[in-house]
Ligand binder design. Structure first.
Ligand SMILES: [Fe+2]
Length: 215
């Protein structure tokens, strides 16, 4: 649990703050690392591992659905006439689509106790890692260049509408899971005060009780 450089507390008026994007990506990475450990130990039948996997799929689905519905289309309009950037955005959508069969392959292997589950998890992990790295290294700089902090508020608003309060009640503790205390504090400081209060009063404890991915 070391601090990351990915949580930026202060918002600058002329620069987009990508904190929520980075910590969500790191949540996906952490979950697949945990799934990989469970698969290697042959313990994916554990109800907590199953619960963690279901939650991982839900978080990934929400994240990619809003990127596909809001982010890539808005960016596409801004980079009209720039073929390299348009190709990058097409690649982002295509990479999301490539993940679906990999998710289904793991799903099926979990359901049938297939012997090659660990390999399928590793394939999913590497396909997702390639996508997240591509997005962080190439798409985020493009977003920083062509969208404004006000636009980004629109994206975060679309994400919040998709998650709703019920989704936030899991997303916030899911993000904090495994963070260093100082990173957790920095991240939580970015959340609206009412959500922070709900988190402290009940969401954190409820999430911890689920013990996702334990076996
Ligand atoms: Fe993303």
């Amino acid at each position: 649990m070391t601090d990351t450089q990915r949580i930026v507390t202060a918002d600058e008026s002329d620069k987009i703050n990508f904190t929520e994007m980075y910590v969500t990506h790191d949540g996906f990475r952490r979950d697949l690392e945990r799934l990989s450990a469970a698969a290697a130990a042959g313990k994916t039948n554990s109800p907590q591992v199953q619960d963690g996997w279901e939650n991982f799929k839900r978080q990934l689905h929400v994240h990619h659905t809003v990127e596909d519905a809001w982010l890539w289309p808005n960016l596409t309009r801004r980079v009209a006439g720039r073929p390299d950037d348009l190709a990058l955005l097409e690649a982002m959508e295509a990479e999301h689509a490539v993940l679906d069969p990999q998710l289904a392959a793991v799903d099926e292997a979990m359901r049938t106790n297939a012997a090659d589950l660990p390999e399928r998890v590793e394939t999913l992990r590497s396909v997702l890692e390639q996508h997240l790295t591509h997005e962080e290294e190439d798409a985020l700089p493009l977003i920083q260049e062509v969208l404004t902090p006000k636009d980004w508020k629109g994206f975060r608003g679309a994400m919040a509408r998709k998650q709703k309060l019920n989704g936030a009640s899991v997303w916030i503790p899911w993000i904090v899971d495994g963070m260093s205390p100082s990173d957790a504090q920095k991240f939580l400081a970015r959340m609206p005060p009412p959500l922070r209060l709900f988190y402290k009063l009940s969401w954190d404890a409820r999430y911890r009780n689920r013990n996702m991915f334990s076996f």
